[in-house]
Design a protein. Structure first.
Lengths: 304, 278
């Protein structure tokens, strides 16, 4: 599969601090690549290097096959859009003027598409209101719109849902999915909200202490994560006895709840429990989360 | 780089700090001749005010205003993070640096014009035309122009290398005061008279006796040459000399300013290329 981004042994050192160590990764074209790692894992440093804000201490990366030391990298970067940490927008300008600025930076001949971009991120009604009066979520969305000026086909987003309210998170997710599916934009994003990332990403890169621990596709993660059924009952001792009798694997969570790692025949199980005098108050199926997978991969002391 | 220049001028036109400085300059340019005229009416000495005297008196203020303007204008690119947008889409660092330098220089020159035009428009009806000959005026204006570029390049270097807008503004302001104070110090030392008339009381005759005495602070020989060189080379010294229309080495001043521009821009570009941005 064609790669948009490839890194080979990328390292970055600040004094004696090794922010990135020999990191190699590959972002396939058309993917939504989620970077997962705790604070200080090196996600933002990696994004800064990719955006040309900093230079690697060692190693290299290629964008669309062009090495970062090649002069042509400047041309290739025009196919990129990015929001690194906080959105890069002028506080004293309105949303549309910010987009006009970016269009001028890119040397776009036409600015007709800019109101459409504002509409795309839900900021079409902001008029002449200056960005300094925007909420954090509005700024975040304007940051994405800025990154989309010039119709990039590779979008790099660092914590794009930071500061968004629940509705904003849903809208952002829908926007990113739409950009990926309808415009075939490859997206590299980092996020601490792993549940949210799990709904978006097609590929994951798990980072820890500046290293890439594992690269894996979403379907591989899904296959690796065990399905489980969470049940809440009146007596967990009876539940354990019934499950043992059925030969099902389970974990007791509390005196009234347990996780069953299988697809039990629901009617059969409920009937057996009822016969044994145990009432079932709720039962639902869920996957082992991306968070659990990540925790098991890097160890249990992950901080986010 | 054309795209960056267009974008920077787009922002300059909407910059509050630019318009605040412009209003100050235009207001000062119109106020100074009126103030001088009122003073001349109240103090009608034969050699009182004429239009030349205050024509370049805006330079010390400009030195401070340029520090504020450059650091606020460029610092906004850092504080709002928008310098990242330029790098991400493939603009080279030297293009970003030079675009900022050109925009700030243009803004600064507009501020100079913003003082000079109202000054002449209000001053000529009150005092008549300039008394100095056109070649002298043009020579001083030329030196001022190159000095303006040198000051901008100095402040632009600071603003490009210090990512924190507040810190860069404070550093540039302190530097501007240091430049002006050091220039004033050098210039005043160079202007001490070689001798002064000392009045002494003669106890024999009981009369006051006038005697020409060597001025103790008068600079001579190599020391004077060194002070003159420092005064010529330093932007603060040039400001003082141009403001007073008193530059013995006037043709050399633009050369020193141009050299300062080349050095500061070169050093700034070299360091900015290696700077890690966040």
């Amino acid at each position: 599969m064609e790669s948009v981004l490839t890194t080979r042994g990328l390292s970055k050192t600040y004094g004696s601090c090794h922010a990135l160590r020999n990191l190699s990764m590959e972002v396939p074209k058309g993917a939504i690549y989620g970077l997962v790692g705790r604070n200080g894992a090196g996600k933002t440093t990696l994004i800064r290097l990719l955006c040309g804000l900093q230079t690697p201490t060692a190693g290299s990366y290629t964008l669309y096959g062009v090495d970062h030391t090649d002069k042509a990298i400047h041309t290739v970067r025009q196919r990129m859009g990015a929001v690194v940490e906080s959105p890069a927008i002028y506080q004293d300008l309105s949303a549309i003027n910010n987009l006009k600025m970016q269009a001028q930076v890119l040397g776009l001949p036409s600015q007709e598409d800019l109101p459409h971009l504002l509409g795309l991120v839900g900021l079409e009604d902001t008029g002449k209101k200056k960005v300094r009066h925007f909420s954090l979520g509005m700024r975040q969305r304007l940051g994405i719109a800025m990154a989309l000026v010039g119709s990039p086909d590779f979008l790099v987003l660092d914590e794009p849902v930071n500061g968004l309210d629940p509705q904003g998170i849903v809208e952002m997710r829908e926007l990113l999915l739409r950009l990926n599916r309808e415009k075939q934009i490859t997206i590299l994003l980092s996020s601490h909200i792993l549940d949210e990332l799990a709904r978006l990403a097609t590929h994951y890169g798990f980072m820890d202490r500046g290293r890439m621990v594992q690269q894996i596709t979403a379907s591989q993660v899904e296959a690796a994560c065990r399905k489980c059924t969470h049940v809440e009952v009146s007596d967990v001792a009876i539940l354990a006895r019934v499950l043992d009798g059925m030969g099902l694997d389970y974990t007791i969570l509390s005196s009234h709840s347990a996780d069953i790692y299988a697809h039990p025949h629901v009617t059969e199980l409920v009937q057996a429990l009822a016969d044994a005098g145990c009432q079932v108050s709720s039962m639902h199926q869920h996957d082992e989360s991306l968070e659990s997978y990540y925790m098991s991969l890097v160890g249990g002391d992950a901080r986010g | 780089m054309g795209n960056l220049l267009r974008a920077d001028f787009f922002r300059l036109w909407r910059s509050k700090s630019f318009w605040a400085c412009m209003i100050f300059q235009v207001g000062t340019g119109a106020f100074v001749p009126v103030s001088c005229y009122l003073y001349a009416i109240q103090n009608p000495f034969p050699s009182s005010q004429h239009l030349d005297e205050e024509l370049l008196s805006f330079l010390p203020f400009e030195c401070i205003l340029a520090a504020l303007f450059c650091t606020l204008f460029i610092g906004t690119d850092y504080s709002d993070g928008s310098v990242r947008n330029k790098l991400v889409v493939g603009h080279r660092r030297w293009e970003i640096y030079l675009s900022h330098l050109v925009t700030c220089t243009a803004g600064y020159l507009l501020m100079c014009v913003g003082y000079l035009l109202p000054y002449l428009a209000v001053g000529i009806p009150l005092f008549g035309f300039l008394q100095k000959d056109a070649s002298t005026v043009l020579a001083y204006l030329g030196a001022t122009l190159v000095l303006t570029v040198a000051l901008t390049s100095l402040y632009a270097m600071l603003a490009m290398l210090i990512s924190n807008r507040s810190v860069s503004a404070v550093v540039a302001l302190v530097l501007s005061f240091v430049l002006l104070l050091s220039g004033s110090y050098l210039y005043s030392y160079l202007n001490y008279p070689p001798t002064y008339t000392q009045l002494t009381y003669d106890p024999v005759t009981g009369a006051m006796v006038e005697k020409e005495t060597k001025y103790p602070f008068y600079l001579e020989g190599t020391k004077r040459d060194v002070y003159q060189l420092l005064c010529d080379v330093s932007p603060g010294g040039q400001v003082m000399q141009c403001t007073a229309w008193d530059a013995p080495n006037l043709p050399l001043l633009p050369v020193y300013s141009a050299a300062l521009t080349v050095v500061t821009t070169g050093v700034g570009l070299w360091l900015f290329r290696r700077k890690d941005l966040k």
